[in-house]
Design a protein around this ligand. Structure first.
Ligand SMILES: [Zn+2]
Length: 430
């Protein structure tokens, strides 16, 4: 646990010229112009200092497997699931751990220090769950890794899935997952939601289900999830991930659905990079965007985070662990271009997913852990515009990653000049 003084930081809430005194890995004081003491110092020089990025929806068992055993030619969800089915029997624990650790190194360099990953438990060997529990142990000093027992092939559709899910939870997997829209019928989907919520209530666990990830306007599993959340008293412990069918639902029905979600304290996670590429594949034109209704849910008082979902795997060939890329895509797809809306997009990759994951000590108040990212940007809005380097990533008061500021040096006739794309006061706005 470390002591550290950070000078002259700009915070996501708009405060500027702020010093932060860290003692024993926790924030002791946040104030302007703190007196000099003899501990290590970082000069933020007016740059944005944020709590770390948080990704509340990821698939670390598939990460960096792009091209194994072949590339997804159509780029569709169904070919991705088929491809994952081909890859699964070939997985080894060593390769899985090596790819996950490589990705965790990328994440640390991008200031991403908390990840909730789904782990497929439909393989009776539970090889991926075992591997990711080992990864969780190895990265614990740097990354809060939370595992979700995810029945990728369907809880009821896959004969051993429920038993496997219970075994995975007994092994130490943290959260109960599900995929109701992939069960054989709407009724079986609803039944899977009931069974999984009752199991989570019995064990005192959180729930995070892939829910209504389709373009079907009549997919209604989020309604069932909200119902059982309320019935079983799981308030603020349940999340619906993707919810893309909401994009296509009837507006009148949504006007009833959102207050039900709010009442039950069900959170939502949209995965903009993935769903803008996967949804609407059966459409000609006009072609639906498919991402769930983010500003409408925020306006209804529902917590909404953005997740990365995939990086270089059977479903998505791109990505680098940069949650600002995720937030930027969400901002564009949801047309959240107002100043407050852009700040909400920054929150959707920082404090909102931290709340969904139930992270302790996450925040910028005295007593919180000294876990920070200092970015080469003046504000959260400028960070979304530039997706800049993370100058410093700090865990418990210790620098764990550094990246030099990026500038181009132009050689022009008559002058040399440096270009950083930053503007003074950019994005601070009113
Ligand atoms: Zn997912």
């Amino acid at each position: 646990m470390h002591d550290l003084m950070i000078r002259n930081a700009h915070l996501p809430d708009g405060r500027s010229g702020v010093d932060i005194l860290v003692r024993q890995g926790r924030i002791e004081v946040i104030a302007e112009r703190l007196p000099k003491i003899s501990i290590p110092e970082i000069d933020a020089n007016g740059d944005l200092l944020s709590t770390p990025f948080v990704d509340a929806h990821f698939h670390m068992d598939a990460v960096l497997s792009y091209g194994l055993p072949r590339v997804n030619q159509s780029g569709t969800l169904l070919e991705g699931i088929a491809l994952w089915g081909e890859l699964k029997p070939m997985l080894t624990q060593e390769a899985l751990i090596a790819r996950a650790i490589e990705y965790c190194d990328w994440a640390i360099a991008k200031g991403l220090l908390a990840i909730r990953t789904h782990v497929d438990i439909c393989d009776d060997r539970l090889l991926a769950a075992e591997a990711l529990l080992e990864v969780k142990r190895q990265v614990a000093p740097y990354i809060d890794l939370q595992l979700v027992a995810f029945p990728q092939d369907g809880l009821l559709r896959s004969p051993t899935a429920f038993d496997n899910l219970k075994r995975a939870i007994a092994m130490g997997v943290d959260v109960v997952g599900g995929i109701p829209h992939f069960e054989r019928t709407m009724a079986e989907g609803a039944e899977s939601v009931r069974l999984l919520c009752e199991f989570a209530a019995e064990k005192g666990l959180r729930v995070d289900m892939h829910c209504d990830e389709s373009d079907d306007p009549l997919s209604r599993h989020i309604e069932t999830l909200a119902f059982h959340t309320q019935r079983l008293g799981l308030y603020n412990r349940v999340t619906g991930s993707h919810l893309t069918s909401m994009h296509s639902m009837d507006n009148y029905y949504v006007s009833k659905l959102l207050p039900l979600m709010r009442e039950a304290g069900v959170a939502a996670i949209a995965n903009p990079l993935i769903n803008i590429t996967l949804q609407g594949r059966h459409d000609t034109y006009p072609k639906r965007r498919g991402m769930t209704r983010v500003p409408e849910m925020l306006a209804a008082g529902i917590d909404v985070a953005f997740g990365h979902d995939c990086v270089m795997d059977p479903w998505y060939s791109l990505g680098s662990g940069d949650m600002l890329e995720v937030a930027s895509m969400g901002l564009h797809v949801a047309q959240m271009t107002g100043q407050q809306a852009m700040r909400q997009c920054f929150d959707a990759v920082t404090k909102t997913p931290a709340k969904i994951m139930g992270l302790d000590g996450y925040g910028l108040q005295p007593g919180c852990f000294a876990d920070f990212v200092i970015l080469d940007a003046a504000s959260s809005i400028e960070a979304l515009r530039l997706r800049p380097v993370r100058r410093y990533v700090i865990k418990r008061g210790q620098i764990i990653s550094e990246t030099p500021k990026q500038e181009a040096l132009l050689h022009l006739s008559g002058r040399e000049t440096r270009v950083s794309f930053r503007r003074q006061g950019d994005g601070k706005g009113a």
